[in-house]
Design a protein around this ligand. Structure first.
Ligand code: BES
Ligand code: MN
Ligand code: ZN
Length: 495
């Protein structure tokens, strides 16, 4: 779907969205339109329960075409997130309506006196985010089952300013879409080698992409990651993505992603029901790829590293066993208790490698790591852990700003001790209770004191229902949050 900006007065066709304040108060442009259609809008409101409450909608067919009245509430709360939600809600309402075009008419000043450019850009952003579809594998879909809406036009005097603001948001949406695409791909198509190949595309945006194959990992001593991929016919990979656009001597920020392209559980095999969901066990890595694309596409003034560990967790005659002991790149030995606790094994080697090789300012890892996190927080919030309070606060602030909820969870020595092994330095699975926390404690043993946060996105990578700016399916969760955190905390100001 296309988003564009136009000044009032240009001819339009298709549907029109017009705002209404609460108690059915019509802003100037809405009232003007109403006068031209013999008060049809006012009469339709009176005949319905539509009162202009925030995000309420009423469709009215007028001689000048379909009009969607959109509730603005008091008009005082229309911040960025409000506007994104409005754009997404309108797109969802009109996607299958038969209309190909929607023009959204913005008041030049809102109730707070702010001009329309920022609002328009964020309405456009929300509509774009909601319009995402993954239908490359639907070959028999009939034309009438495809969405009709092709284009959203934001109409305002400051169209040029809005278009300018939108450019950066569109770059971020591109990163979100990349992450959603990757998460949605089936596991026979997206496996470590094909995934690594696909990430080469990031070089089109100026990201330097390099790949470690199994031989390179063996030489580095990455026994933890390699053990996970051992039962798979597919070779494992690590992909490193570097975006350098900050000061030469400025240490990079680093994002690390779990990329388990399919998680059967291995020898500790998962039950059959719902196992297809484990194609999105690479959601953390998809977010990392999406963030790297977003940063590069908007030319963020920062040095950033993205690193993803790509493996497939399969059971076969060569698969890792419960009871095995592997040696990680850090030198620490790990007793395998449960081969289904594989994500942390992958991250252990990637975190250590990134810390060792890049000496980053901080590392944030993202992983669909534990079912226990879904039990704790559902699909509402991402549970995250941090060994650094400043980093933790910045993550929370960014989450609030972009509407991606996070909730900090504890680390601690008591939990950490639960991961001590009887025969090795550490074990990969502890008791059932506090499963998300002990997983985080396991990871902390592989960051060597580097400022670090672990985001367990088990509940976030895939949505079971539509949200205003996120259609159900792969969400691309975290791209917006991390992009925003970089933008507000780590970019060097323009010279
Ligand atoms: N990928 C799963 C976690 C998961 C489960 C993510 C459901 C999303 C939805 C992970 O590899 C896993 O299997 N974790 C185990 C760990 C346990 C064996 C210690 C779990 O959560 O049961
Ligand atoms: Mn698993
Ligand atoms: Zn997993």
């Amino acid at each position: 779907m296309q988003v564009q900006f136009a000044r009032p007065g240009e001819p339009w066709d298709g549907a029109l969205a017009l705002g209404v304040y609460e108690e059915r108060r019509m802003p100037a442009r809405t009232a003007e339109f109403d006068a031209s259609v013999d008060r049809l809008l006012a009469r339709a409101m009176e005949a319905s329960r539509f009162a202009g409450k925030a995000h309420q909608m009423l469709t009215v067919f007028t001689p000048r075409g379909r009009v969607v009245l959109y509730g603005l509430g008091s008009g005082e709360d229309t911040d960025d997130l409000w506007c994104q939600k409005a754009g997404g809600t309108l797109v969802a309402a009109l996607a299958d309506s038969g209309e190909a075009r929607l023009t959204v008419v913005l008041e030049e000043r809102d109730e707070a006196g702010l001009d329309a450019a920022g609002r328009a850009a964020h309405v456009g952003y929300g509509s774009l985010l909601r319009s995402y579809r993954f239908d490359k594998y639907r070959t028999t879909q009939k034309e009438e089952d495809r969405p009709s809406l092709q284009q959203v036009t934001l109409e305002l005097e400051g169209a040029d300013a809005a278009r300018e603001l939108f450019r950066e948001l569109e770059a971020v949406a591109g990163g979100v879409f990349l992450a959603r695409d990757l998460v949605s791909e089936p596991p026979n198509v997206l496996y470590p080698a094909s995934y690594a190949e696909r990430l080469q595309n990031l070089s089109n945006h100026g990201v330097e992409v390099s790949v470690l194959d199994e031989q390179a990992m063996t030489e580095l001593g990455m026994g933890a990651l390699l053990g996970v991929g051992q039962g798979s016919a597919k070779e494992s990979r690590i992909v490193l993505m570097e975006w350098r656009n900050g000061a030469d001597d400025d240490p990079p920020v680093a994002f690390v992603g779990k990329g388990v392209c399919f998680d059967t559980g291995g020898i500790s095999l998962k039950p059959a029901a719902g196992m297809e969901a484990m194609k999105w066990d690479m959601g953390g890595s998809a977010t990392v790829a999406g963030v790297m694309q977003a940063l590069a596409a908007r030319k963020a003034r920062v040095n950033a590293i993205g690193a993803v560990g790509l493996v497939e967790n399969m059971p076969d005659g060569n698969a890792q066993r419960p009871g095995d002991v592997v040696t990680s790149m850090s030198g620490q030995t790990i007793e395998i208790i449960n081969t289904d606790a594989e994500g942390r094994l992958v991250l252990a080697d990637v975190l250590w490698y990134v810390k060792d090789r890049y000496k980053p300012k901080f590392m944030v890892d993202l992983a669909t790591l534990t079912g226990a996190m879904l039990v704790a927080l559902g699909e509402e919030n991402c549970g995250y852990f941090a060994n650094d309070d400043e980093l933790a606060t910045r993550i929370a602030d960014a989450g609030r700003a972009v509407g991606e909820g996070v909730w900090r969870m504890p680390l601690g020595d008591g939990y950490n001790r639960m991961m001590d092994s009887d025969i090795a330095d550490v074990k990969n699975a502890g008791p059932r209770n506090a499963g998300s926390i002990t997983a985080a404690c396991f990871l902390e043993r592989f960051v060597d004191g580097c400022p670090w946060s672990h985001m367990d996105i088990a509940g976030m990578a895939w949505a079971s229902k539509d949200a205003p700016t996120v259609p159900k399916g792969g969400t691309g969760w975290g791209v917006r949050l991390l992009d925003h955190m970089v933008r507000t905390c780590y970019e060097t100001p323009p010279a």
